[in-house]
Design a protein around this ligand. Sequence first.
Ligand code: ATP
Length: 235
Amino acid sequence: MLKINNIQTFYGNIQALKDVSIEINEGEIVTLIGANGAGKTTTLMSICGIEPPRNGEIIFDGDPITGLPPEKIVQKGIIQVPEGRRIFPDMTVLENLEMGAFLRTNKQLIQQDLNYVMTLFPILEKRKTQLGGTLSGGEQQMLAISRALMARPRVLLLDEPSLGLAPLIIKQIFEIIKQINKESNTTIFLVEQNANQALKLADRGYVMENGRITLVDSADSLLENDDVRKAYLGM
Ligand code: ATP
């Protein structure tokens, strides 16, 4: 469904991605793990068109999307939940959610999706008139995921949803990511430093080091891999 072929992405003269190739099939949960600065966020930025690759190509549903402006990529159903959540702090929870649907026109379907995200995260229903900036970190992450869902993503790109959250909240959010994947057949690409949780959730995983993919395998095999255990699972 989403095919990244040998992309190279630069910040000025610094090459952040070196021939990165990743394939994500429809309905899968695929994770990209790696240390700080490995190039995980840059991979998402390249897919979204914010940091387009200098070389290589990105194919979505058989069509090249490399070099398309970000809004065109969003229109195709590739929606990112950025690192650090980036909700609108001065807008209410409801307004944040409505912003997620700004490209859509069918009010009935938008309402249906609002109801759906509120059943996924009932706390958002309780907080719907509250300003986004007053929510806890976990609630902001729930809002950021829900806002992305309001765009009806075909592929949901998640950048470190566990960052800075307590273990119990991470568990809850990861369970709901699984539920979203199952219930609406949303394809998920999850970038994480929390390799243990990410691999437990995912079907397949890629390991990135210094801008390169060094390993690709089923998530179960990566959890058993000695190098992965030593480098990323602290075992
Ligand atoms: P993190 O977990 O810290 O987000 P990451 O794996 O997502 O790490 P990236 O943020 O993609 O890594 O960074 C990859 C490399 O690109 C790093 O060496 C980083 O310093 C560099 N880099 C990232 N953003 C920029 C930028 N805007 N300008 C210059 N260099 C950048």
